[in-house]
Design a protein around this ligand. Structure first.
Ligand SMILES: [Zn+2]
Length: 110
């Protein structure tokens, strides 16, 4: 079954490559996390729980999505205030951070 993604501010639908990355993002386990979906530069919000459902915005409406989330959830959690750049995957972000810590000789994940 094909999942239909739609920008919450207009009727835009992602092109094929971005669609694929959005489908991958459904498998992420994130709470209160922005994710970039490339190459179309869509923005995904993984809210969950108090932070609401998963939401999508096209490249043109990324700013509208962050503004919307900050207005609606900005007082209950710091997550909506996170600044870009956003990761494309939570797993990748964690791995990158661990590698960076390791490179700095710090106490990391390993
Ligand atoms: Zn849009």
């Amino acid at each position: 079954m094909r999942v239909i993604f739609r920008c919450q501010f207009c009727d835009a639908v992602p092109e094929a490559a971005t669609q694929l990355n959005l489908e991958h993002s459904l498998r992420e386990f994130a709470f209160g996390q922005y994710l970039d979906a490339l190459p179309g530069r869509w923005l995904v919000w993984h809210g969950h729980g108090l932070l609401g459902p998963v939401r999508y915005a096209c490249a043109e409406h990324r700013g509208d999505l962050t503004a919307f989330l900050r207005e609606n959830y900005g007082t209950i959690a710091p997550h909506p205030w996170k600044r870009p750049p956003y990761p494309t995957s939570v797993r990748t972000a964690g791995t990158d951070r661990a590698l960076r810590l390791k490179a700095q000789g710090g106490q990391g994940f390993f």
